[in-house]
Design a protein around this ligand. Structure first.
Ligand code: SF4
Length: 112
């Protein structure tokens, strides 16, 4: 896992050495303009690694905290966005839609 980037200061990195996805970047991050059908297939394969990974929950938490792109902790961009942790600059419409739905939900919850 590449750690040469700026992480949120509260990020727990103790799990990096346990990552089951070492050397599999191409499975967890799609190419530009990846076709939706191909992305679904790729993410299903990524999911199988995550479900067997001892670091899954810590990985998910770190990806949410750092507003990551890609497949982390058994969550894709849409799932993270819907959980309220959209990637910093979402490009796919489905991610933007999930982010906006989460914002509306959170606003409605805070008003009630
Ligand atoms: S949960 Fe998935 S993405 Fe995270 S370290 Fe494990 S295999 Fe990699």
């Amino acid at each position: 896992m590449d750690t040469d980037f700026m992480l949120h200061p509260d990020t727990d990195i103790s799990w990096f050495d346990q990552a089951a996805c070492k050397g599999l970047t191409h499975v967890f991050f799609g190419p530009a303009a990846e076709r939706p059908e191909r992305r679904v297939e790729r993410e299903a394969i990524a999911s199988s690694y995550c479900l067997a990974c001892p670091a899954m929950m810590k990985c998910r938490e770190a990806a949410r905290l750092n507003r990551e792109h890609g497949f982390w902790g058994c969550e894709n961009d849409e799932e993270r966005a819907y959980a309220g942790f959209a990637p910093r600059s979402p490009s796919r419409r489905s991610v933007i839609k999930a982010r906006d739905e989460a914002r509306k939900r959170d606003l409605a919850n805070s008003a009630s």
